[in-house]
Ligand binder design. Structure first.
Ligand code: FAD
Length: 455
């Protein structure tokens, strides 16, 4: 079975590669191999009643399948070079932004029309942040919401399914260089192709490392972001979220001069558990449909850790911290901010008596037993800083879920075509370490498809 192009991974990177390849040259024989399930068969077994905690499915339905890690995400497509990845370093800032706008147009034409594009341009919030030692980053954000994001994916799949071949439940084991292309091995099956696009996201990070080792592709150690997810009454942040939806705010701590930032803000959303390579961490999302919204807003507060020689395993460091929280809490731990600063563990009673109703069933515990002091101190400092622009953030009942870890893939050595030293082998999306977001991953997919068709 020989194909012109094989795409590994059906996340946003893989989907947009397939979409653009087919649009530009419908004659190309394209195969997408995906270890997860088709969109409609993706279902996390946690129902909040019989199953309340992660049961470590073989492939996590939240992270894998058509739509990738983005399928049940909040569908926030940030159009910016300020965060979400460093695609612009490879392809230039102008082209990166143009591609993100192009992706936005495709989303709009596949069910996203009518959704709102928020922008930081001209907002007074920037000044208020600056006056309180906080920096608001510039961005436009299209908020599809989990529900519309799902519809967009359904529509894109419906359009592609007869033009591009999809094989779900197919975990690729090995990529080998052969004459004129690549042999792709999945279990006992072999597929060959002239060009291969690898777009395996964060859930494919470990596998990506073995591929790079096998094919002698240089990688460099990246960073890991560690922190907590904050949940509070939506009204406390409403002046920010009504105008900007998502505000990416950075704070530089007094004590260690570390940077702490807000990440993935979900107005009226829910906190969720996610499983990456068997480790349960926390995340969040929200719906566009008001009937599915909650009374709470959640966002992450993250501290970036970069390591220098001789230590290279930044993800291993993040995993160890997440494992510690899994060991103590059996999964995600939740703690009231008031309990954290008083140095005591939260319990069910105090959480139930509080004014914030948790949207995720997590084990009450003590995050100070999990997070390194320097990280925890930074988070506490930032909560007080945010309290100055959104009074109430530092209330005792504010909930902190831990741990939130953003694993970054090793950054793979790529040229300006996002091509490895092996001609015709491209690595895109979060799996390349170049992107960390829906819009950047999708844009990298379009970019590579155009490179392939133009050759
Ligand atoms: C709960 C949640 C909410 C999020 N919210 C947002 C948001 O609002 N905005 C935002 O910008 N980003 C968000 N993100 C991040 C965003 O989803 C990712 O940045 C984006 O999905 C990356 O796309 P990708 O195609 O590179 O990788 P992924 O989406 O991770 O897709 C990779 C695919 O490859 C498959 N795969 C992996 N290894 C193999 C293999 N060996 N063989 C076959 N298939 C394989 C996986 O099953 C997966 O489906 C969120 C993530 C999560 C988990």
């Amino acid at each position: 079975m020989h194909y012109d192009v094989i795409i590994i991974g059906a996340g946003p990177g893989g989907i947009f590669s397939a979409y653009e390849l087919n649009r530009l040259n419908p004659e190309l024989k394209v195969l997408v191999l995906e270890k997860g399930r088709p969109l409609e068969k993706r279902k996390c077994p946690i129902d909040g009643k019989k199953i309340t905690k992660c049961i470590h499915c073989e492939t996590c339905s939240i992270m894998s399948g058509f739509g990738g890690a983005g399928a049940f995400s909040d569908g926030k497509y940030n159009i910016t070079n300020d965060f979400g990845g460093t695609l612009y370093e490879y392809i230039g800032k102008k082209e990166a932004i143009e591609l993100m706008h192009y992706v936005d147009q495709i989303n709009l034409s596949h069910g996203g029309e009518g959704t709102k594009l928020y922008s930081t341009a001209g907002t007074d919030i920037k000044k208020k942040c600056m006056q309180n030692k906080l920096k608001l980053l510039d961005a436009s954000v299209r908020h599809l919401g989990t529900d519309i994001n799902y519809v967009v994916l359904q529509n894109i799949f419906a359009e592609l399914k007869d033009k591009v071949e999809f094989r779900f439940g197919t975990m690729v084991d090995k990529i080998s260089v052969i004459e004129g292309g690549y042999d792709i091995q999945a279990g006992d099956d072999h597929y060959t192709c002239s060009k291969c696009i690898v777009s395996v996201g964060r859930s494919g990070s470990k596998w990506m490392e073995t591929v790079c080792k096998d094919l002698d592709i240089e990688t460099k150690s990246n960073r890991v972001d560690i922190g907590v997810r904050v949940e509070l009454p939506a009204v406390i942040f409403s002046h920010l979220t009504d105008e900007l939806y998502e505000s990416k705010i950075v704070y530089r701590t007094d004590k260690f001069e570390d940077y702490v930032r807000t990440f993935c803000m979900n107005p009226k959303g829910s906190v969720v558990a996610e499983n990456t390579n068997g480790i349960v961490t926390v995340n969040g999302h929200s719906f566009e449909d008001p009937s599915k919204q909650t009374e709470n807003t959640n966002f992450a507060l993250l501290v970036a850790k970069h390591f220098s020689e001789p230590f290279k395993d930044s993800n291993g460091y993040g995993e160890s911290i997440a494992r510690l929280s899994n060991m103590l809490g059996g999964g995600v731990i939740v703690q009231r901010f008031g309990d954290l600063v008083r140095g005591r563990r939260s319990n069910y009673k105090r959480i139930a008596e509080g004014f914030v109703t948790p949207t995720l069933k997590a084990e009450p515990g003590d995050l100070s037993l999990v997070l390194p002091k320097r990280i925890l101190d930074g988070i506490i400092e930032m909560i007080y800083a945010l309290d100055r622009i959104a009074p109430g953030t530092a209330n005792d009942d504010t909930l902190l879920y831990g741990v939130e870890v953003k694993f970054y893939n090793m950054e793979v050595k790529l040229d300006s075509n996002l091509e490895t030293k092996h001609k015709g082998l491209y690595i895109i999306g979060d799996g390349s370490g170049v992107t960390h977001s829906l819009s950047h991953a999708s844009a990298s997919g379009v970019y590579v498809a155009r490179q392939i068709v133009e050759i």
